[in-house]
Design a binder for this molecule. Structure first.
Ligand code: SF4
Ligand code: SF4
Length: 72
């Protein structure tokens, strides 16, 4: 069974500032290899790391472009 993601990135809107990667207490956010349509490496979380997310929402609060949605 596929679990619902806890943290979701609207990757096409990410500007690659990396702020979210610095605040995650679980250290699961990283910059993807691929490049989005704006020309940035978007922040993301691997599906296998989703269950490590505590839904603390620090990343979402830090993001200047409201790219990140966190579910409980
Ligand atoms: S909600 Fe918290 S634990 Fe989950 S990815 Fe964001 S900063 Fe990390
Ligand atoms: S803080 Fe927002 S814009 Fe910056 S890298 Fe993270 S998701 Fe992208």
């Amino acid at each position: 069974m596929v679990k619902e993601k806890r943290v979701i990135f609207d990757e096409e809107r990410c500007k690659g500032c990396e702020l979210c990667t610095t605040v995650c207490p679980r250290n699961i956010i990283f910059m993807a290899e691929r490049i989005n349509t704006q020309g940035y490496h978007p922040a993301t979380v691997k599906s296998e790391d989703q269950e490590k997310c505590t839904s603390c929402a620090l990343c979402a609060r830090m993001c200047p472009d409201t790219v990140i949605t966190v579910r409980k």
